[in-house]
Design a protein around this ligand. Structure first.
Ligand code: NCD
Length: 308
């Protein structure tokens, strides 16, 4: 398996073998991620972090991952203070930044931006979200969380919320199809999972059902993966108002749930998980956010060729 110099653009190209390898490497990174062990695995390497959309976890966990491995981080800072406002194209930005760094983490509002960037960059591009497209590094940390906190093989999982615009769930569906997952898709009709993704993952062996109610699925699943309605992607704000706050997890929702149910969320949450749920053993989202660090350490080490 060769990760060195590879771009990480979408989960579609990942085999199960590749995913399992990354998760195994991540496991070995955990004590370094916690700061209990020092590492200089990426000493002398530079990661460029280019975010054309807001981010908290993805950006900071990539930066933490790089620093914990002894590497350095170069950040674009605010887009408003860069040459992008002068009209520089993404292609030109990539042609320049690849001379300054050993890998580039890119988040961009346009679907397909990471793919385009990879065609102009001589160093690996790690897609940290391209519009409503994909978010493969989030998926790897989601899988790592499921592996650590529940089980991957034959997992019964419900994905709830904005399945139309939510890039995390698009990527996650592809990956879950490698593990014989039973996937329940929960969304208002207006925000359902794109048909081409459903047919792709069914063809890859996933079992898929669709519903619009969390209560229909909650008693039977091992994992409930909640997502935020992606307000910024709605062409018409009135359409957002129609679906806002439609799906919520409260203590009441959880009454018939399995005791071992884990609730995940890529965060940020708006109002889709009640704060009271945070104190139950089901809540897994803050741990999930931490797992972003060992998983991104593994990815950086692999694409920069420091680990096989
Ligand atoms: C997600 C994203 O940016 O797609 N956040 C993240 O990376 N953890 C989810 C979201 O913004 O709703």
């Amino acid at each position: 398996m060769k990760f060195k110099d590879q771009h990480i653009i979408s989960m579609r190209e990942f085999s199960r073998e590749m995913i399992d390898h990354i998760l195994n490497v991540a496991e070995k990174m955990e004590t370094i991620a916690q700061g209990k062990q020092k590492s200089d695995l990426l000493a002398g390497k530079i990661l460029a972090v280019l975010f054309f959309e807001p981010s908290t976890r993805t950006r900071i966990s990539f930066e933490t991952a790089m620093l914990r491995l002894g590497g350095d981080v170069l950040s674009l800072g605010s887009v408003d203070a860069s040459s992008i406002v002068k009209g520089e194209t993404l292609a030109d930005t990539m042609r320049v930044v690849d001379g300054y760094a050993d890998a580039i983490v890119l988040r961009h509002p346009k679907e397909g931006a990471a793919q385009l960037a990879s065609e102009f960059s001589r160093v690996p591009i790690l897609n940290a979200g391209d519009g409503a497209g994909h978010h493969p590094t989030q998926t790897l940390l989601d899988l790592y969380t499921i592996k650590r906190e529940s089980h991957l093989e034959g997992i019964k999982i419900a994905l709830a919320g904005d399945l139309k615009y939510g890039r995390t769930v698009h990527s996650l569906c592809y990956a879950l199809s490698h593990y014989g997952a039973h996937i329940t898709l929960i969304s208002p009709k207006e925000l359902s999972m794109p048909d081409e993704i459903i047919s792709d993952i069914v063809a890859r062996g996933a079992k898929v059902v669709e519903t619009d109610s969390i209560e229909d699925a909650i008693n039977d699943v091992d994992v409930l993966y909640m997502t935020r309605i992606q307000k910024e992607r709605f062409p018409d704000p009135a359409e957002y108002q129609k679906v806002a706050s439609r799906l919520k997890v409260t203590m009441e929702t959880l009454e018939g749930a399995k005791p071992e149910l884990k609730i995940m969320h890529p965060l940020p949450r708006v109002d889709e998980i009640d704060n009271e749920v945070d104190d139950t053993p089901h809540a897994c989202y803050f741990k999930q956010a931490f797992y972003g660090v060992p998983v991104r350490m593994a990815l950086l080490g692999l694409v920069m060729g420091a680990i096989e």
